[in-house]
Design a binder for this molecule. Structure first.
Ligand SMILES: Nc1ncnc2c1ncn2[C@@H]1O[C@H](COP(=O)(O)OP(=O)(O)OP(=O)(O)O)[C@@H](O)[C@H]1O
Ligand SMILES: [Mg+2]
Length: 320
């Protein structure tokens, strides 16, 4: 999941361990949460001038062309400028629209969407659902707007819980162990992040510093997705003690052939489907290492993979 932390690689180690709220949100939020919907579209038989007027009226710089539910092409502001320049602004859209349009799927994570914006330098992408129907349009501004909205909500929640958290922190010193466990099935992409969310809830209730909660969330999320993508299934457990959280991910194989190699940034054996879903940047294990205070990975083809990460609680900005 390169984009969640890629920008951190060139800062110093203690900064590199800081995971912002926004970085966790882009793991959790989907394209469908951020996109503008319903999409503002034009028909293939409309004129380019009509599209120009639509862009002006709605203050947008690209318009998907559709016949009802199906995406046929796209007209961007650059196409309009060219039409004005060359004198064919009164032609039909279908004569000049871009037909090979790069699209996003509504279930993609925002991490994946950000990667597409960086890769293609387009201002917007039409969004298709599982039936290939055009359901929205996503721009960088939509992503920022969605993040701002969620950050605001989180901030409000944080204020509302502040007093309660202070009380929890006192009780925390004698808090018992809480164990959160989830079975993880291979290929079950939709469940990714469930354990991570439950664990963060417990950590929040215990008044653990946000920065440490986020590190634990990244470890749990990356370990969980590795079981989903690379293994035959397994289990992930977060054991939360007053002074530490221990995240253990155990699966039944096929194991990691060369752990040292797998720990390198960019190393991935992920196949086509996980890559299409936004995984496979080879950043999971390096992120886990960066976020852990101690990390142990045991793997062989007979017993599968066992990953154990420990994160100290109540100590912000620890560096190893
Ligand atoms: N539980 C596992 N079982 C088998 N192989 C694994 C497991 N976890 C990781 N690997 C191997 O280690 C490689 C690197 O893992 P890492 O999490 O760093 O990257 P990725 O999962 O391929 O991509 P990303 O995490 O960025 O989506 C994987 O491609 C896979 O070959
Ligand atoms: Mg991974």
């Amino acid at each position: 999941m390169r984009h969640a932390v890629a920008t951190l690689s060139d800062v110093n180690t203690s900064d590199a361990r800081r995971i912002s709220v926004a970085q966790v949100l882009v793991y959790e939020l989907r394209v469908r949460d951020a996109m503008s919907k319903p999409p503002i579209t034009a028909a293939p038989t409309d004129t380019l001038r009509a599209v120009q007027n639509l862009m002006k009226a709605r203050r947008i710089s690209g318009v998907p062309i559709s016949d009802g539910d199906n995406l046929l092409g796209l007209v961007s502001i650059e196409d309009i400028i060219r039409a004005l320049d060359k004198g064919y602004i009164d032609d039909c859209v279908q004569q000049h629209m871009t037909r090979k349009v790069i699209t996003l799927r509504d279930h993609f994570s925002l991490v994946r969407a950000v990667a597409e914006f960086d890769r293609h330098e387009f201002g917007r992408f039409p969004v298709l659902d599982g039936n290939d129907h055009l359901v929205g349009v996503l721009s960088r501004g939509d992503i920022t707007g969605c993040l701002m909205q969620h950050l605001e909500r989180r901030a409000e929640e944080a204020l509302a819980h502040e007093a309660a958290l202070r009380a929890e922190r006192v009780a925390n010193d004698t808090a018992d162990r809480v164990v959160v466990r989830a079975h993880v099935r291979t290929g079950d992409y939709d469940s990714a992040g469930k354990l991570s969310q439950r664990m963060r809830q417990v950590l929040r209730e215990r008044g653990v510093a946000p920065e440490i909660r986020r590190r634990a969330a990244v470890v749990a999320y990356e370990a969980e997705t590795n079981i989903i993508i690379h293994s035959l299934g397994g289990e992930i457990t977060a054991t939360i003690d007053p002074d530490k959280v221990c995240i253990e991910a155990v699966d039944v194989g096929p194991g990691i052939e060369n752990v040292e190699q797998a720990m390198q940034e960019g190393w991935s054996t992920a196949g086509r489907l996980p890559r299409e879903l936004g995984f496979g940047a080879g950043m999971g294990l390096p992120n886990i290492k960066r976020c852990s205070d101690s990390l142990e990975i045991k793997s062989d083809s007979k017993h599968g993979t066992r990953l154990r990460s420990e994160i100290h609680l109540h100590k912000a900005g620890v560096s190893t």
